[in-house]
Design a protein around this ligand. Structure first.
Ligand code: GLY
Length: 358
C-alpha cells in the first residue's frame, strides 16, 4: 500500500468508525417501546371489517398467532360474494377481469409478504403469507404470483360474480357515449343510479391490524383495488410502507382509499415512525392524511376550492393498545375490537363534508 492509499484507508476507516458510533448513538436515543397496557386482544380494521375484527379477536384470545388471526378475519370478507371491494365478487379491471392485491406483515418475526394483480384466487392474503413463509422474496405479481399460488395448491375460480359482472357492464356501457357499447333499453331495477355509475370509481379495501397481550402485532391489507382500473394497475395495498406497515416495537398501520395518493407518501411507514417518536395514533394518522393532501397538486384531483375530490383513510394501532383512524373527509368509520367489545368508531378527519340538503 502506498503512503497515500494507506492514509486514505486510515481516514475512511476512521470515518466509518465515527459513522458507526453515531448510528449506535442514534439507535440508543430512539424512544423505548411503550409499556404494555392491554389485558385482552385489540383488533382494528376498516369499516367493512366488523366481522374480521370479531373473528381475529376471538382467535387471538384463544392463543392464535396475530397474523393467522387477522388473515382469518379478512378471509371472511375476501370470500364474501356480496362485498364488491375485496376478493371474490370484487369489481374488475376495465377488461372485466378481477385482479387482487394484498400484503401481510408479521411483527414478531419482522417478515412481510405480498402479491399484486393476482387473478383467480379468492384469498390473496393467504398467498401473501405463503410468499412470506416459503420464498426468499417479499412481493410477487401477475402471472408469477398465480403460478406460485397454484404450486401451493390454491384452487382457481372465476372471481367475477353475476353482480360484479353486471356492474362492470353497466360502467362499460355508460362511461362514454363515444364508443360502441350501448346500454340495454330495458331498465334494470337493480342498476346503480347515475351518481354511482361511470365516474364514481371505488377503491374499497380491507385492512386489519391485531395486537395480543404479549405485545405482538401483525397486519394485513387486501383488495380488488380501483374499480375498472387499467389491467396491471397495482395500488397501495400490497406495498409495504404504503398499504401496510408493522413494527413490533412500536405499532402497526393500514390504509384504504385512493392508493395513488398513499403510495407517494408511504403513509403507513410514516405513521409508525411518527408513533415511534411520540405521536399518538390519532396524531400520526392525521399527519399522514395531511401529507397526502399536501402532495396532491393535480387539478383533476381537486375540487374548485382546492380540496381533494377523493378520500383516503389510515388506521393505526400502537403497541400499548391505543388506536385511531383518520380520513380526509368527515363521516368515515373504522371497526375495532377492544375492551371485549366489537364496534364501529368515528375517524378523525381534515375536512367536513358539505351537508346534503334534501
Ligand atoms: N387502496 C386500494 C387501492 O387503491 O387499490
Amino acid at each position: 500500500m502506498t503512503d497515500l492509499s494507506r492514509r486514505d484507508f486510515l481516514q475512511s476507516a476512521a470515518a466509518a468508525a465515527a459513522l458507526a458510533g453515531a448510528l449506535n448513538q442514534s439507535l440508543a436515543e430512539e424512544p423505548t417501546p411503550t409499556a404494555l397496557k392491554v389485558s385482552g386482544p385489540v383488533v382494528i380494521s376498516s369499516a367493512n371489517g366488523l366481522r374480521a375484527t370479531e373473528k381475529a379477536a376471538e382467535m387471538i384470545a384463544a392463543g392464535a398467532d396475530t397474523l393467522d388471526a387477522v388473515i382469518a378475519g379478512v378471509n371472511i370478507v375476501e370470500e364474501d360474494p356480496n362485498d364488491n371491494s375485496v376478493g371474490y365478487g370484487g369489481l374488475p379491471n376495465e377488461d372485466g377481469i378481477v385482479e387482487l392485491d394484498s400484503s401481510v406483515m408479521h411483527g414478531p418475526s419482522c417478515r412481510a409478504g405480498a402479491v399484486g394483480a393476482l387473478r383467480n384466487i379468492k384469498t390473496p392474503s393467504q398467498v401473501a403469507k405463503v410468499v412470506m413463509e416459503r420464498t426468499d422474496h417479499i412481493f410477487l405479481v401477475g402471472e408469477g404470483a398465480l403460478r406460485f399460488a397454484r404450486s401451493h395448491g390454491f384452487k382457481e375460480c372465476d372471481l367475477l360474480t353475476e353482480e360484479s359482472r353486471k356492474l362492470w357492464l353497466d360502467w362499460k356501457e355508460h362511461h362514454s357515449d363515444k364508443d360502441n357499447w350501448i346500454p340495454s333499453e330495458v331498465p334494470d331495477p337493480n342498476k346503480r343510479s347515475d351518481a354511482r355509475r361511470g365516474f364514481a370509481f371505488t377503491y374499497g379495501t380491507i385492512s386489519c391490524l391485531g395486537l395480543n397481550t404479549a405485545g405482538d402485532l401483525s397486519g394485513v391489507t387486501t383488495t380488488s383495488g380501483l374499480s375498472y382500473k387499467l389491467p396491471g394497475r397495482v395500488g397501495d395495498s400490497p406495498i409495504i410502507g404504503a398499504g401496510l406497515y408493522v413494527d413490533n416495537e412500536v405499532g402497526a398501520a393500514g390504509s384504504t382509499g385512493r392508493g395513488e395518493a398513499n403510495i407517494k407518501i408511504c403513509g403507513t411507514h410514516m405513521i409508525v415512525e411518527a408513533m415511534r417518536h411520540g405521536a399518538t395514533p390519532a396524531e400520526a394518522t392525521l399527519q399522514a392524511v395531511q401529507r397526502a393532501v399536501h402532495h396532491t397538486t393535480e387539478k383533476r384531483l381537486l375540487h374548485l376550492d382546492g380540496r381533494p375530490n377523493f378520500d383516503l383513510k389510515f388506521y393505526a394501532l400502537a403497541k400499548d393498545g391505543r388506536f385511531a383512524g383518520a380520513s380526509i373527509w368527515s363521516g368515515g368509520k373504522f371497526a375495532v375490537y377492544a375492551d371485549g367489545k366489537n364496534r364501529l368508531e368515528e375517524c378523525a378527519f381534515l375536512f367536513q363534508r358539505a351537508e346534503v340538503k334534501p
